[in-house]
Design a protein around this ligand. Sequence first.
Ligand SMILES: [Zn+2]
Length: 242
Amino acid sequence: MELEGSGRRVLEVLVPHLSKVVPGKPKTYLGYKYVHEALGLTYLGPAWGESLKKQGLASLADWTYENDLPGITGIIISTGSYEPGKGYFKLFGKDEGDYPWWAEEVRRSKDFNWSPYIQDEFDLKPVDLSSPDREDITVSIIIRDSKLSVKVKALNNECQICSLALEMPAGKKYAEAHHIQPLGEPHNGPDVIENMICVCPNHHAMLDYGAIKLHSENIASKQGHAISEQFIEYHNKNVYQP
Ligand SMILES: [Zn+2]
């Protein structure tokens, strides 16, 4: 059984927090409401725990149980009782209040390598600074999250203009892929790797707004990712505003 999207997103909130969790000390665990808000979910009621269950918590718990993995959902607790929901003990066939077992699951969760189950580096979604409104942002994310942009980011690992890679929680790094001759009207640039550059958010904004010129000799190049001069010329002529 694969871990589906909403469950994986809950896992992604939990894993970076494991280093701060002390097994048997629920005050170091995470509240239902905290996780709910960290994910930006819509409150479905009737309580934070119930709402979170419907939006990933239950699917993550089921997945850990079915795959014989540590019961990581035990680090999500009610901040009133400092205990996980009854369903947590029940799912694993334990008596409600089997605290030694619970602490052991938390300890196993801390020791376990969850990285194969959460997303890779360079997968954070970029915000499209050039979009005039939020409607357009959704559309741009779909385009930018293409296989090609993931490839461009993976090949370069950092801004090709200034070498910056932003350090994010859980050892993730962040950079963005930019189409040098922009996609869509009026530029109609192609979605090909030769038209793409991996940049930091600052340089992405500057390129989107035409604030800087591009010079191929100043762009760090990586094997497998050649930027075509014709797109650089297009940017300098049609996007760049002196
Ligand atoms: Zn940069």
